[in-house]
Every structure is written in structure tokens, then in C-alpha cells.
Design a protein around this ligand. Structure first.
Ligand SMILES: [Zn+2]
Length: 58
């Protein structure tokens, strides 16, 4: 495989960019790959919706 790996580049909590190598066939490293996977995004949306519902019930 002659494919060059790109950098992850995901923003970190420190405000810098992640400098780890991205996973093959992914744009993020193994640390950040999960952050924007459809599974994680769906879980985040569910959590936000639940939070809003609780607030509305108040
Ligand atoms: Zn990363």
C-alpha cells in the first residue's frame, strides 16, 4: 500500500489540532474517529432532545 496517511486534524480541548495519523479509510485518528460517527451523532441528538424535554416539563 503506497497510500499516504493524512493527519487527523480534529480540534482538541486545548484548541489545537490533533496531530495523530488518521486511520486508513477514515479522516480521523482512532481517538477522534468516534466523535462524528453516525452512531455517536445519533446518541448526541437523543441526549439533547431528552435534555430539552426535561427542561420543558420543568
Ligand atoms: Zn485525532
Amino acid at each position: 500500500m503506497a497510500r499516504t496517511q493524512s493527519r487527523c486534524g480534529a480540534p482538541t480541548a486545548k484548541g489545537t489540532r490533533c496531530r495523530r495519523l488518521a486511520m486508513v479509510d477514515a479522516s480521523r485518528c482512532d481517538l477522534h474517529r468516534g466523535d462524528w460517527s453516525s452512531y455517536t451523532v445519533q446518541r448526541r441528538k437523543d441526549a439533547e432532545r431528552e435534555a430539552k424535554a426535561r427542561r420543558g416539563r420543568g
